[in-house]
Write a protein that binds this ligand. Structure first.
Ligand code: PLP
Ligand code: COI
Length: 362
């Protein structure tokens, strides 16, 4: 057990109710931030200490802080949902805490205690409760992260870290919450290599994906599809989401986890919910040639992206240097819609939850 206790320092100058309402009217994603943050320090001598919920503010960083040079940084993403009774709930926060630990281990960082991770999220949601949207697509997106802030230019795992969680009132990640997205098949760039950091949620993976994401945006596409780095053949995932394929016989397929795919909590939840609903889910390698053929032949009826930010977003069209194919008439298909309802109903507490995934905060 960790004995970290969060001291609460209430923001002396929070946003007014009017300002908050104006900001939350159309929040988009990741632009509207709350009044507080959680912050905890680590040093080799003292361990994790100085845990606080305090006013959200810039963090002073020495220009030689290790994160600024060697990118020792990890993060998480989870959401707090407004429940019908006016309360709030988290979805599987212990899964994020565990993945955060694994990311820390991969990046040679000191793991943050899982119970303190969950406590930080709960306390922040409690204190910033007025920032949780009550719209059907709205939620409070929590962004825990950890940086190496030791002041040292030698290349080695740092001995000082900062754990922080900030919170952002969000609407849907993509512009049209009921639409489909077009994805760009990245043939030149890869996201993650065998033995690399693809299964860790570290900022460097996203930095490495940005040139491909910019290429996608230039082509009018919302996300990038990455192929495996070794053979450039198997579909792995999107820049910020896992991927599922649906076939005419109702079966689902998603690429198997490896050290180059982020183990999504949404992915894991969908596999469980789909199997409980009687569907067959295969975790198998899926080649790009097969994808083209299956869509052309009509064997594949739907494909969708999934993640905390994206929830379940159908993929309507795939484009690439030599590709342009449309899946299921580019409208949200019945399997994606059904799974989305099953998932969202648990997240928002509209249905019973047999898995202990839904965790009430207040
Ligand atoms: N893959 C990548 C690269 C991601 O950034 C995310 C988002 O966190 C996911 C998959 C989906 O993970 P989760 O469902 O845990 O949000
Ligand atoms: C999330 O879904 O939490 C992510 O980190 C993905 C990112 C595209 C916002």
């Amino acid at each position: 057990m960790s004995d970290l206790t969060f001291e609460i320092e209430t923001n002396a100058a929070p946003r007014s109710a009017g300002d908050r309402a104006a900001l939350m009217a159309n929040p988009g994603f990741g632009k509207v931030f709350t009044d507080h943050m959680a912050i905890v320090r680590y040093s080799a001598g003292r361990g994790w200490h100085d845990a606080k919920i305090t006013a959200r503010a810039p963090i002073p960083l020495d220009p030689a802080a290790a994160v600024l040079h060697y990118a020792q940084e990890i993060f998480e993403g989870l959401k707090a949902y407004r429940t019908a009774d006016g309360g709030a709930a988290l979805f599987r926060p212990e899964a994020n805490a565990l993945r955060f630990r694994r990311s820390a281990e991969r990046m040679a960082m000191v793991p943050f205690p899982e119970e303190a991770f969950i406590a930080a999220q709960r306390k922040l949601v409690e204190i910033d409760r007025d920032w949780i949207p009550d719209t059907p697509d709205g939620s409070l997106y929590l962004r825990p992260f950890m940086i190496a802030n030791e002041v040292f230019l030698g290349v080695k795992p740092a001995s000082e870290y900062l754990f922080i969680t900030i919170a952002s009132a969000v609407g849907s990640y993509f512009k049209d919450p009921n639409g489909t997205v077009t994805v760009w098949l990245s043939e030149h760039y890869t996201r993650a290599a065998p033995g690399g950091t693809g299964a860790a949620k570290c900022g460097g993976n996203y930095a490495a994906s940005l040139a491909a994401q910019a290429e996608a945006a230039n082509q009018g596409c919302e996300q990038v599809v990455f192929l495996d780095a070794a053979e450039r053949r198997y579909v792995e995932e999107l820049g910020g989401m896992n991927v599922f394929f649906v076939f005419e016989d109702g079966t689902l397929l998603t690429p198997p986890l490896s050290d180059s795919i982020l183990p999504g909590i949404t992915r894991d939840s969908i596999i469980t919910l789909a199997r409980e609903a009687g569907m067959t889910v295969r975790e198998e390698l899926y080649g790009i040639d097969q994808w083209r053929d299956d869509v052309r032949s009509g064997r594949q009826t739907e494909a969708f992206a999934c993640g905390t930010a994206a929830v379940i977003t159908p993929i309507g069209r795939v484009r690439g240097r030599e590709d342009d194919f449309t899946i299921g008439n580019a409208v949200a298909g019945p399997v994606a819609r059904r799974l989305r309802t099953l998932l969202v109903d648990i997240q928002r507490g509209n249905t019973s939850d047999a898995h202990g995934w839904f965790q009430k905060v207040f």
